[in-house]
Design a protein around this ligand. Sequence first.
Ligand code: IPD
Ligand code: CA
Ligand code: CA
Length: 270
Amino acid sequence: MSTINLPAPSELHALKKMAIEAAQVGGEILQKYAKAGFAIEHKTRLSLVTDADKESERTIVAMIKKAYPTHQILAEEEGIHSDQQSPYKWVIDPLDGTTNFTHGFPFYNVSIGLEYEGTCILGVVLDPTRQEFFVGERGNGATCNGQPIHVSQVSELGTSLLCTGFGYDVAETADNNLDEFCRFTLKTQGVRRTGSAALDLCYVASGRFDGFWEMKLNPWDTAAGVVILEEAGGKLTTYDGAPYSIYGNKIIASNGHIHEQIIKVLQAPA
Ligand code: IPD
Ligand code: CA
Ligand code: CA
């Protein structure tokens, strides 16, 4: 097993403080626009972007650049903000759950992940509506508002509550997860589609869901959530059981106990 290098504890502490402060400021920006109103643009028919996404990203990126001018930064709206040579790479979703946000459905978050030497080592996800701060630190556990969180103990798919999501090309391709959604709906206690992948991962991490699967996500959707999930005792793979990468296409995140059962359903012929 390869070992993961980590920054010195004092450095990690400062990075975590930075991520938490930036997420807090991003969350305040989202709530400001949620109250005051915002303009909406269409990237595609279903994929939206608002003033809130843009200002949240600009502000978070500026804070990180000021504190760590040599770090790499990848964020959803502007892509690569800084591609310096550095072992550190911040991966940011300034508003995960934009469709929910535009409808006033209060389920969205700010997600900030940090890679060190290619491994996600830190994740902060803030749900500003509930003021729930999920934090995962490689080797040091996961918390929600400072309290340790853990995955559930559910061991049978039949009594599990799962969640999933659909890509913005759902109406344009047959490879759109609807078949899988039907199969799991018939085999579990329920399947939820929340519209916020980062919170889906945090909810598996805190035992509110027992498992999650989705395809066609982007690195900023999962960079923070994967650390929180793994540090809460969860398991992460692709659909065939291989190790998951935030740059890959398919994710299964579970409490570990039902992981093989999820893989089996996903691999069943359509
Ligand atoms: C989306 C959400 C949603 C998932 C989509 C993502 P966005 O992110 O995480 O749950 O199903 O695939 O694109 O666009 O709201 O940041
Ligand atoms: Ca997202
Ligand atoms: Ca987003």
